[in-house]
Design a protein around this ligand. Structure first.
Ligand code: TXA
Ligand code: MG
Length: 385
């Protein structure tokens, strides 16, 4: 847990700074403790260095820091410190065979962490970093087994977020960071989501407001030929196609149906994904038909006395009546749908519905990542109409 001396140091730094007393008081009050976890508000555009230093100090001492990235909040620890990485698994209750993405602030670190980096991977780094793209490469000996759960590969990314980059630079070490949720919950897109899941289990949360993209990074395996997308995410398939002459979509990335996964080929990807408390069904197809089917399903379930939730879009939301109806945003704006997705799934969990009926959304751009998450959340209970 955070040492009291660090907080005293921060207060001293603020008090000595050259700002008005009122402003000093506001700055100090921005820090609060929830169940022993320090929550520090931080400016997303111009992160205050005194706060970054506190967090970096915790990383260097082997502690855990939740921080924003452009995709979702991550829970970070020194990637090269065995004990620190162990705390990530413990805090998240993460299955011990699910490897963790290592975050870097400069490309030089890639060559310390990985070996035999192919030219195609370098091209992707040039085009998409910093940004929501994770490259799976052959690992170096520097990386401890626990970070990559003993695999011969390592997943690396450079996040496009000022707080994340400042924290990485100030820590002076690569940071291993899974999404900052309890295993099996939707990834956190706000600091509040992190607090709900992890308060009391981690040292500090840097709260810079909601994340921009809302779904996790795209994970692409660069050790296979052709490269293969293991998880669709913030970097769309269409963009990768422009740089790579050939790229494949893993069956799991498509998530069209349940697939049996060979651990040796796709480590960690077999894990139980987010599954809501409620039963869930995804209805996919032409919008008019989808609306008809969703309405029918809602009526049937309501007649059985169930509490029904519908996950709709702006174009359809007024067509429905149910206990809880929420819109993901316009079908013409997959980026907005991606941004809203995880927050809405968390809201549905709180509403205690018995069934969630979700519309399928378009697959272009970030839509592929959205549908991957929705189909998995439904445990592949998909109705194609
Ligand atoms: O956007 C993101 O990627 C966020 C932010 C915090 O950076 N992180 C994130 O981490 O989503 P996590 O742990 O929730 O998901 C990491 C995914 C898992 O599916 C894991 O199995 C896969 O990356 N992965 C990690 N290392 C791998 C490896 N060596 N080979 C194959 N897959 C790997
Ligand atoms: Mg995750």
């Amino acid at each position: 847990m955070v040492e009291a001396s660090l907080i005293v140091k921060m207060v001293e730094q603020v008090m000595q700074s050259n700002i008005e007393l009122n402003e000093k008081i506001v700055k100090i009050e921005l820090g609060k403790k929830v169940k022993g976890t320090l929550v520090l508000k931080i400016n997303a555009r111009k992160p205050e260095m005194d706060k970054i230093r506190i967090a970096a100090d915790i990383i260097r001492k082997g502690g855990t820091v939740a921080f924003p990235t452009e995709t979702v909040y991550g829970l970070g620890a020194d990637a090269l410190n065995v004990e620190a990485v162990g705390k990530l698994f413990e805090a998240k209750k993460r299955p011990p065979d699910n490897p963790i993405i290592v975050h870097v602030a400069n490309k030089k670190d890639v060559y310390r962490l990985a070996r035999d980096v192919p030219k195609a991977a370098e091209n992707l780094m040039t085009k998409f970093w910093p940004g929501p793209l994770t490259l799976v490469l052959k690992r170096s000996r520097l990386v401890p087994d626990i970070t990559v759960v003993g695999l011969d590969t390592i997943a690396i990314r450079m996040p496009k977020n000022k707080v994340a980059l400042a924290l990485l630079k100030e820590s002076g070490t690569p940071i291993a960071a899974p999404s900052a949720n309890l295993a099996g919950k939707p990834s956190p897109t706000t600091a509040q989501h992190v607090i709900e899941d992890l308060a009391g289990r981690i040292d500090i949360v840097l709260d810079a407001g909601p994340t921009k993209i809302g779904v996790e990074s795209t994970v692409i395996n660069m050790t296979s030929s052709p490269p293969e997308i293991l998880r669709p995410g913030g970097t769309p398939y269409e963009g990768l196609r422009e740089v790579l002459s050939k790229v494949e979509l893993h069956l799991l990335a498509k998530a069209e149906k349940k697939v049996h996964i060979n651990k040796a080929i796709s480590p960690g990807m077999r894990h139980k994904h987010y599954a809501p408390e409620a039963e869930m069904v995804v209805v996919e197809g032409e919008l008019e038909k989808v609306i008809g089917i969703v309405r029918g399903l809602a009526e049937t379930h309501a007649a059985e006395g169930k509490r029904v939730g519908i996950l709709a879009t702006d174009e359809s939301v007024s067509s429905y009546q149910a206990d809880v109806v929420k819109s993901l945003g316009s079908r013409e704006n997959p980026a907005m749908i991606a941004k809203n997705l995880f927050g809405l799934l968390r809201e549905f969990d709180k509403e205690k519905v018995d069934i969630i009926i979700a519309e399928g959304t378009p697959l272009e751009g970030l839509g592929l990542a959205v549908m991957n998450r929705l189909r998995k959340a439904s445990n592949f209970n998909i109705l194609r109409v």
